[in-house]
Design a protein around this ligand. Structure first.
Ligand code: ZN
Length: 100
């Protein structure tokens, strides 16, 4: 059972797939992406999507973006068999690390 506190987390859409920390393997990349080297690699995903426009982002502090949106909080997260996500937030992990 999941308890979402209504007055604190009223931004969470329902239903939603949870999961903000994940790793996996890339099985498909958009044909126009420049990050083709991620294909078939083990990766980790940055869970926060940043605006790149606020003062914090412009000063290189994306982790405290004023408009940050969280994987598994503002939109479906990683507790799914497949996740579609912006390639800019996907990073190669050591290939011998186990997947979470
Ligand atoms: Zn920002």
């Amino acid at each position: 059972m999941l308890l979402v506190i209504p007055k604190v987390m009223n931004f969470v859409p329902k239903p939603i797939i949870l999961g903000h920390e994940l790793s996996g393997s890339v099985i498909q990349i958009h044909p126009e992406s420049n990050n083709r080297d991620l294909l078939d690699k083990r990766v980790v995903v940055e869970p926060g999507v940043y605006c790149n426009e606020c003062e914090q982002c412009l000063n290189g502090r994306r982790n405290i973006c004023s408009n940050i949106k969280g994987l598994g909080l503002h939109f479906d997260g990683g507790m799914a068999e497949y996740v579609k996500f912006n390639v800019d937030y996907i990073h190669k992990s050591p290939q011998n690390y186990p997947l979470m």
